[in-house]
Design a protein around this ligand. Structure first.
Ligand code: PLP
Length: 390
């Protein structure tokens, strides 16, 4: 019997587990200190009310013989696909229902989608970025090539024709840097992928935070993307679904490798390995895409973005280099004293603030630090007061 030996190539701990351990050790030593958490990227505001009402109604339906439902559709219920298609139509993107696969979230699909690709493919991953892309590919034993995001390129690495990659992850707005590709930037990636016959896995988990309407919220707003890209979306940050779980993956019908339809292959994979999202949650998700649902979701996002502004203003006053926070809930700052884990410890012990060391997102994050805007206004205001002493 042999285990999947690739797991031995992973770092011992998932980034946020390491942070949790350090925070818990601090708590044990100083139980009376009030910690402010601007670290983990979890939302704090509740679901839009219309989503809760829809979920309750759906729960009642499930308890009534006349409206009870068993196993759902493999791609998700048509009512939710239609709601997602209309959300995209408002962005100028036309989608067929069969191109929309409802999922339990972007993290799962960012990893699961790899199932349909050979492990001999080379993966291109920007650095720094959401660690799940790296870890899932290490688990599969794939060769990973990193492409550097840094201050010079605004943390938006561009394609390099010398790099021979088959699968490309793009996260825009980026976690952790908050950087967002322009249409021209994404077009360059689409051209690179189409020229190489590579596939882009575009993670749009934070698209709802984009405030500048010139910036693309979907890769399918870019000409040529339908033949080279898959988009992975989520309601987690858009509408507070981190604990409710719903996302979607868009796989265009035109997307092919040789003669093989990627849409068909993904359908086959999902039908075999995925049980779908519960009817109740899909009804709640459908409600998010109504006018009222989007208004409530956007009001929550506005609240977070005001937090981001408060954090950015405080950093500016201290003369600390930072970026992000304008079209993303993440503020990315340069550690005043270099090393990001050292800065993490200093913030924790001196200021009782929990942030996320950039090193956890890749080599290029080593001298940077991520603060998130997902906290309460009171916490953010207090954190900023504390930071004045930095
Ligand atoms: N993609 C990115 C870039 C993220 O930062 C996160 C969560 O932090 C996710 C995906 C996870 O989304 P979900 O909750 O839908 O799995």
């Amino acid at each position: 019997m042999k285990i999947n030996n690739n797991y031995n190539n992973l770092k011992d701990n998932y980034l946020f587990a390491t942070i949790a351990e350090r925070v818990s050790a601090f708590r044990k030593s100083y139980p009376d200190k009030k910690l402010i958490r601007l670290g983990i990227g979890d939302v704090t505001l509740p679901l839009p009310k219309v989503a809760v009402t829809a979920a309750k109604k759906a729960a009642d339906e499930m308890g009534d013989k006349a409206t009870f439902r068993g196993y759902g559709e493999y791609r998700g219920y048509p009512f939710l696909q239609t709601a997602i298609a209309s959300y995209y139509a408002d962005k100028g993107v036309k989608l067929a229902n069969d191109e929309i696969f409802v999922s339990d979230g972007a993290k799962s699909d960012a990893g699961n989608f790899l199932d349909i690709f050979d492990t001999a493919n080379t993966v291109l991953i920007p650095d720094p970025v959401y660690p799940v892309y790296v870890d899932t590919n290490i688990m599969a034993g794939r060769k990973i090539v990193y492409i550097a995001g840094n201050e010079d390129n605004g943390f938006l690495p561009m394609p390099d024709s010398k790099i021979k990659a088959d699968i490309i992850y793009i996260c825009s707005p980026n976690n952790p840097t908050g950087a967002v590709y322009t249409k021209e930037g994404l077009k360059a990636w689409v051209d690179y992928a189409n020229n190489r016959g590579a596939i882009i896995l575009f993670d749009s988990a934070y698209e709802a935070f984009i405030r500048n309407d010139k910036l693309p919220q979907s890769i399918f707003q870019i000409e040529g993307a339908r033949t080279c890209a898959v988009e992975i979306g989520s309601l987690s940050k858009t509408a507070g679904f981190t604990g409710t779980r719903c996302g979607y993956t868009i796989v265009p019908l035109e997307l092919k490798v040789g003669d093989t339809s990627i849409n068909k292959l993904w359908y086959r994979r999902q039908a075999t390995k995925f049980n779908g999202v519960s009817y109740i949650v899909q009804r709640a998700a459908e409600a998010v895409f109504t006018k009222q649902g989007l208004a409530e979701a956007h009001a929550n996002i506005d609240y977070y973005m005001e937090n981001a502004k408060i954090i950015c203003n405080a950093l500016a006053q201290k003369g600390i280099w930072h970026t992000g926070g304008e079209n993303s809930p993440y503020v990315w700052l340069k550690c005043p004293d270099g090393d990001s884990w050292k800065f993490f410890d200093r913030l924790l012990t001196e200021f009782n603030i929990v942030g996320t060391p950039g090193a956890g997102f890749g080599k290029n994050g080593e001298r940077y630090f991520r603060l998130t805007a997902f906290g309460s206004r009171e916490d953010v205001t207090e954190a900023v007061e504390r930071l004045k002493k930095l």
